[in-house]
Design a binder for this molecule. Structure first.
Ligand code: ADP
Ligand code: MG
Ligand code: ZN
Length: 561
């Protein structure tokens, strides 16, 4: 292995790449690779992972073999390398002359050779490698090696024996997404020791994170938009919701549009172009929006519903403030988001169940923490988090933590005693001992749990219910009622303490609005708007047109997920 002087490295960085210095942990990664040490570089998208193997490929003799999952990715990389004067090629089914490329590899005329794992693991390719002089193996998008990851590619699993056949050639795995399980799986699958992991660059200090319970999403988003300036993205969880929320925003006078995969391509590209060119437009979109968009001055990203995972949340909020100026990331969540997601777990294949659960638990930890949001995010990516970042809702306004273990047991008992089929409103009335027809008809006023919670604790019930739902101790039944979840037992038995952030006094009203939309159905808000419209047309009170029976119909008529 040739030794490369630090001076040479900086020289290549400047002359070939035109960069004045390394970014983040690039130098640490490059130094390890040049020292021949196996390494996993975990850095967010855009952090500059390519340089971590391209630079050593130039500094070392021989050709770097780059494993990449997609031909399109390879060709992008090769174009970029060509522009820098790096000799790069790929061997794929889409390349015209693989024989010539093989010859160039044998002749030592390539700095980089890109191949897919399917080809890299064939005996023919291995024989070719044996005839070439290799500088390193770079395994890009290395999370594909793990079935815990979201892009599992079985052929990535077969790479290990190939790498092991060339023990003197350093291996560098790179990825932007790997939670803790995936991370250790990638290390193991590729034969990289724990101390070969370098994680960095995940912090986006200019983004302020804030997370709130969701009531009327449209109204909340409109209120948010009113107090911000600049362009922003609002992510909604359904196509219908994008249109509704955009209507709410339009009323604030802010330019707005919506975007989802159901729109014709011409319209999608038109609104996208409009957004990129605008300084104050708010785009309400499904997560189909944003992937290839280069707009550095996005001032905020709002999630009107729970994102898929912490990785997805990080990725999506990361579209804000790329210019480094202050930006905001706001998330509105509801226990229904968790209830539905946990319901969907029943359809998950057995071997993915644990990781899917972990994914939801991680999200619950983020939305539920009374501590620093950024700390949770960074810890998730394996970075050493600060104790407090000073730039998130909880750091700005640290919530008091209350021990609700006993209250949680009462709540869970009441859910159980009332037959696991009632919503929070009913359970709340029972617990607080409130007079109510339905409570009396069902005989719930004679239950042992009737009236066991004092009014002083009443404001804690809704936030506690949210917390218990987020953590899977409560689930929502098909008919919108609450039932005990798999982890309720430990709480009931007093084995698991429960603490929540004390709700600010005035938040109580929001909790009620939320209860009015029992399953978080976007249709509900639309109907409510319609009801108001009809009511004002006819000059009658709203409840005449929109009453309980409609609500009940809706609860049984839920959109398939
Ligand atoms: P990743 O693979 O991590 O998503 P890329 O390797 O595609 O990121 O790099 C993202 C961008 O960052 C590229 O435009 C690249 O030129 C740029 N970049 C990489 N390293 C540096 C650096 N040290 N200084 C400035 N820009 C850099
Ligand atoms: Mg990359
Ligand atoms: Zn913080």
């Amino acid at each position: 292995m040739s030794r490369v002087a630090a001076a040479d490295v900086h020289d290549i960085l400047r002359r070939t790449f035109g960069f004045s210095g390394f970014r983040g942990q690039q130098e640490a990664v490059v130094t390890r690779v040049l020292a021949g040490l196996p390494t996993l570089a975990l850095m967010p998208t855009g952090a500059g992972k390519s340089l971590c193997y391209q630079l050593p490929a130039l500094a070392l003799d021989g050709t770097a073999i780059v494993i990449s999952p997609l031909i399109a990715l390879m060709h992008d990389q090769i174009r970029a390398a060509d522009a820098l004067g790096i000799r790069a090629a790929s061997m794929t089914s889409a390349d015209a002359d693989n024989a010539a490329t093989a010859e160039a590899l044998r002749a030592g005329e390539l700095d980089l050779l890109y191949v897919a794992p399917e080809r890299a693991t064939t005996p023919g390719f291995e024989a070719l490698l044996a005839q070439a002089r290799l500088s390193l193996f770079a395994i890009d998008e290395a999370h594909c090696v793990s079935e815990w990851g979201h892009d599992f590619r079985p052929d990535y699993r077969m790479l290990r024996p190939v790498l092991d056949r060339f023990p003197d050639i350093p291996r560098l795995a790179l990825t932007a997404t790997a939670d803790e399980v995936t991370r250790s799986d990638v290390l193991r699958q590729l034969g990289i020791p724990e101390d070969g992991l370098i994680v960095a660059g995940f912090d986006r200090p200019n983004i302020r994170y804030a997370i709130h319970p969701r009531g009327n999403a449209g109204q909340q988003v409109a209120d948010f938009v009113k107090r911000t300036s600049g362009a922003g993205i609002v992510y909604a969880t359904s196509r219908a919701a994008t249109e509704q929320i955009a209507q709410h925003i339009a009323k604030t006078g802010r330019p707005t549009s919506f975007y989802h995969a159901g729109l014709p391509p011409e319209r999608r590209s038109a609104v996208q172009a409009q957004f990129v060119g605008s300084e104050d437009m708010v785009m309400v979109a499904t997560i189909a929006f944003g992937m290839g968009i280069d707009k550095p001055d996005v001032r905020f990203v709002v999630h009107a519903g729970l994102p898929k995972s912490i990785e997805a949340y990080y990725q999506e909020t990361g579209r804000a403030g790329r210019d480094g100026d202050p930006a905001e990331a706001a998330l509105l969540w509801s226990p229904n988001d968790f209830a539905r997601a946990r319901q969907r777990l029943s359809e998950v294949e057995e071997h993915r169940l644990a990781s899917e659960r972990a994914r939801l638990d991680a999200l619950a930890g983020l939305v539920e923490t009374p501590g620093c949001r950024r700390a949770i995010l960074l810890k998730h990516f394996g970075e050493d988090p600060p104790l407090a970042c000073g730039n998130c809702d909880n750091c700005d306004n640290p919530p008091k933590v209350v021990d609700t273990t006993e209250l949680a047991r009462k709540l869970l008992s009441a859910v159980y005693r009332t037959g696991q089929s009632f919503g929070m409103g009913h359970v709340e009335k029972v617990l607080l001992g409130r007079e109510d027809d339905r409570v009396r008809q069902r005989g719930h006023d004679s239950l042992s749990v009737y009236g066991i919670v004092g009014e002083d604790e009443a404001p804690l019930l809704r936030p506690l219910m949210r917390s218990l739902t987020a953590h899977g101790m409560l689930v929502t039944t098909e008919h919108g009622g609450l039932a005990l979840g798999p982890s309720a037992r430990a709480v009931l038995k007093g084995e698991r303490p429960v603490a929540i952030a004390e709700p600010p006094a005035k938040k109580r009203r929001k909790a009620r609005t939320q209860a009015a939309n029992p399953i978080g159905d976007p249709l509900f808000d639309a109907l409510r708007a319609k009801r108001k419209e009809l009511a004002s047309e006819r000059g009658v009170p709203a409840y005449v047109i929109f009453h309980d029976s409609v609500l009940r119909d809706m609860a049984t008529h839920r959109p398939e997920t």
